[in-house]
Design a protein around this ligand. Structure first.
Ligand SMILES: [Ca+2]
Ligand SMILES: [Ca+2]
Length: 94
């Protein structure tokens, strides 16, 4: 089960609506619907969100950074953390 609220992370306290919105984003990003986001899926997702080109190595770096358990996929929890990052959030328009 996903851990949506982490009391230790004070900066992350979204409303339920924000979580649902992000879950929808995560789901639409997850092309093969295995519940986890690969680098390829993240790249596709960013390309649909962004007008300008983001180099592959940067996407790989972002993906690796938020892949906390190192399984080469972003699960919903890791995806949420990525979306909650101020720089990333700006890139993805929330
Ligand atoms: Ca997937
Ligand atoms: Ca992971």
């Amino acid at each position: 089960m996903y851990i949506l609220y982490n009391p230790e992370k004070q900066q992350f306290n979204p409303t339920d609506a924000a979580i649902v919105q992000r879950y929808d984003k995560c789901h639409s990003c997850d092309i093969n619907k295995d519940g986890r986001i690969s680098i390829k899926e993240l790249k596709k997702f960013i390309e649909t969100q962004e007008d300008h080109h983001i180099p592959h190595h940067l996407i790989k770096t972002i993906h690796a950074y938020f892949d906390r358990n190192g399984d080469a996929r972003l699960d919903f929890e890791e995806f949420l953390e990525m979306m909650n990052n101020p720089i990333i959030a700006k890139t993805f328009k929330g």
